[in-house]
Ligand binder design. Structure first.
Ligand SMILES: [Zn+2]
Length: 322
């Protein structure tokens, strides 16, 4: 099947009590690792591209890699989504250039301005058969061009969501309930430590999610910054020359719970970066004489596939739902 929008995926996910995984892609091995997992697990899939990815790999290369994945995976629905579109022009460029979904992130702007910018993108997108994700509230952390300090982050205010959605016409809404971008989501001061000395972050604000869902029945909610920072990959990195002390993510059981509620899309990027980097570091440490990129990218791709498979089955609950 050709690239699809997320409309049907989200309707099924909402009714079925699971979430669709949105994984960021930057090169061929990442696209292949993700899509091989989704094909094997028969899971619906969102491949997303950030402004930084377009700057790194070029719009055309990324679209063609995703089109190749669509040909290789004829039995699962795949959407191509712009992650954190910063302005109308970037969204328009992706809508004109083959994406089926875009995010306009004007969450750092005042409420009225966020509505105005989002509505403009929605009008253009809907005229072209493309769906729009918008954001209210802002997450802390660093992701490509997006850099929000902890002091400037803020939870979504549930009392704003009905007006925002009705005035903008957006198709899904990203909210801030305590997730965070990157591999260092929380400072040690914000966390407690478990018996192994590993940081445990503050729990997600399910009270906000529930109030948003009560006000927007049936409406798909999106969680950004939802990597869990698997400690086995952090360990693999640190044992092979890396230095990532106190990297910490969102516990998977909290994401699993969110997926059973109104959350229909969960964004995962850092976990794939950790899998790739850990694999390559270990390969280099084990085989210092090797220099063929195919040799060290093979385990990197395999571990991306492994972590995505785990997410689809155990966290998102979308395996078998394509
Ligand atoms: Zn994000």
């Amino acid at each position: 099947m050709p690239l699809v929008t997320t409309t049907e995926m989200f309707r099924k996910a909402y009714d079925g009590g699971y979430a669709v995984g949105a994984f960021n892609v930057n090169n061929m091995e990442i696209v292949q690792g993700i899509t091989e997992a989704a094909r094997e697990q028969h899971a619906p899939l969102i491949l997303q591209v950030s402004k930084g990815a377009r700057a790194y790999a070029n719009h055309t290369y990324l679209v063609k890699l995703v089109e190749a994945a669509v040909i290789e995976c004829p039995d699962i629905p795949i959407a191509l989504h712009l992650d954190h579109g910063p302005d109308f022009e970037t969204c328009k460029s992706c809508i004109d250039g083959g994406f089926t979904s875009v995010m306009i992130d004007a969450s750092s702007k005042p409420f009225a301005e966020n509505i105005e910018i989002t509505r403009k993108v929605v009008e253009y997108a809907h005229d072209h058969g493309v769906v729009v994700e918008a954001e209210l509230g802002s997450l802390a952390g660093v992701e490509d061009e997006v850099n929000v300090s902890a002091e400037d982050s803020s939870y979504t205010r549930p009392e704003e969501v009905e007006e925002f959605v009705s005035k903008t016409g957006c198709d899904s809404l990203a909210i801030a309930i305590g997730t965070s971008h990157g591999a260092y989501k929380f400072t040690a001061a914000q966390c407690t430590r478990n018996e192994q000395g590993i940081l445990v972050p503050p729990p997600l604000r399910f009270d906000i999610l529930e109030e948003v869902s009560r006000r927007l029945p049936g409406f798909p909610i999106v969680l950004h910054g939802s990597s869990s920072v698997p400690q086995d990959f952090v360990k693999m990195i640190n044992e092979n020359g890396g230095k990532m002390p106190d990297a910490v993510g969102i516990p998977e059981e909290q994401l699993r719970k969110a997926a059973t509620l109104s959350v229909c899309k969960i964004n995962i990027d850092s976990d794939l970066r950790l899998a790739m980097t850990g694999s390559i570091r270990k390969y280099f440490a084990d085989h210092p004489e090797h220099f063929d990129p195919r040799q060290y990218l093979t385990p990197a791709r395999a571990n991306i596939k492994a972590i995505v498979t785990h997410k689809l089955i155990d966290v998102l609950g979308c395996a078998g739902k394509a």
